[in-house]
Design a protein around this ligand. Structure first.
Ligand code: 8Y7
Length: 278
């Protein structure tokens, strides 16, 4: 299995990829405001690369439950300086976390290689066409509802079947827009229109998605369902996040999106050593 993002190529089997989170926002629930200054965000990104990140995910719009949308100009003003300064300076691909085609295009023009799209359940295909043109990587994440409404009453007959059907349909529509399967990674979207039980079921059942033969992305880092189990506040949830990361990789996930890069790399290498001995 291959994941291709412009000039980057990841060939599996290989050790799981750790995707380090770089928030350039004033209001992220776990590290909001710490890296709004571009220079601080760049420093943070360089540190995550040094800690072993294989991808950096740069985002300028908080998508925590209830967060207000950010205007396009403001989002561009946040992420572009960071992407421009990082491109060429780092040896790993940059992913842009955005729902807006114009932001994705500007980010790709500034050196990003992957579009991380939490709004992959979109109706028009502008985002997919620009991903196809740039031959960029694309993370299709499942979300029920919107960040404004998603946690009010998440409901599924069968959450695993619903997410799997979404993946199948999305791969078809992406192919129709010119995005090759090799460019696509799939993400069940933990916390995006899901109860605690839905999140746990999706983690437990990662193996149900491996037959789609695309890399699975899992982002559990610091999310509230971890706090539900541990009682810890967001910036103290790393241990629960590691448990999710190790479980997910043992069950078949290939890319772990996290704030806690150094600890995650260490825990995943240990998990893979155990796997190799089974
Ligand atoms: C995810 C994500 C967020 C995730 C992917 C947070 C942008 C909330 N979560 N992207 N983004 N997967 N692909 O807690 O789970 O970081 S934002």
């Amino acid at each position: 299995m291959i994941f291709r993002a412009r000039d980057w190529l990841f060939e599996f089997p290989r050790p799981a990829l750790v995707m380090g989170i770089v928030n350039v926002t004033p209001d992220s629930f776990s590290d909001g405001g710490r890296f709004l200054d571009p220079a601080a965000a760049v420093e943070h990104a360089l540190q995550l690369e040094a800690e072993g990140a294989a991808i950096l995910d740069i985002g300028g719009e908080s998508t925590r439950p209830g967060a207000a949308p950010v205007a396009e100009e403001e989002e561009l003003r946040r992420v572009l300086p960071v992407i421009r300064q990082l491109a060429g300076r780092i040896k790993i691909p940059i992913s842009v976390d955005t729902q807006k085609p114009a932001v994705a295009q500007a980010a790709l023009d500034s050196g990003a290689a992957i579009v991380n799209d939490i709004a992959a359940n979109r109706v028009d295909d502008a985002m997919w066409r620009l991903v196809a043109r740039a031959r960029a990587g694309y993370i299709a994440m499942h979300m029920q509802g919107t960040p404004q409404t998603m946690q009010s009453h998440p409901e599924y007959d069968n959450v695993v079947a619903a997410v799997r059907a979404f993946f199948v349909e999305r791969l078809e529509r992406l192919a129709g827009a010119g995005v090759a399967p090799e460019q696509v990674a799939l993400d069940c979207g933990l916390g995006f229109g899901k109860t605690v039980a839905h999140n746990l079921t999706l983690l437990a059942q990662q193996g149900q998605f491996t037959s789609l033969r695309r890399p699975l992305v899992v982002g559990a880092s610091r999310k509230s369902f971890i706090g539900h189990a541990s009682g810890e506040r967001a910036d103290q949830r790393w241990a629960g996040g590691l448990a999710c990361a190790c479980w997910a990789v043992a069950a078949g996930a290939r890319i772990i999106r996290t704030h806690d890069v150094r600890q995650t790399v260490e825990a995943l290498r240990m998990t893979e050593n155990i796997q190799a001995a089974t």
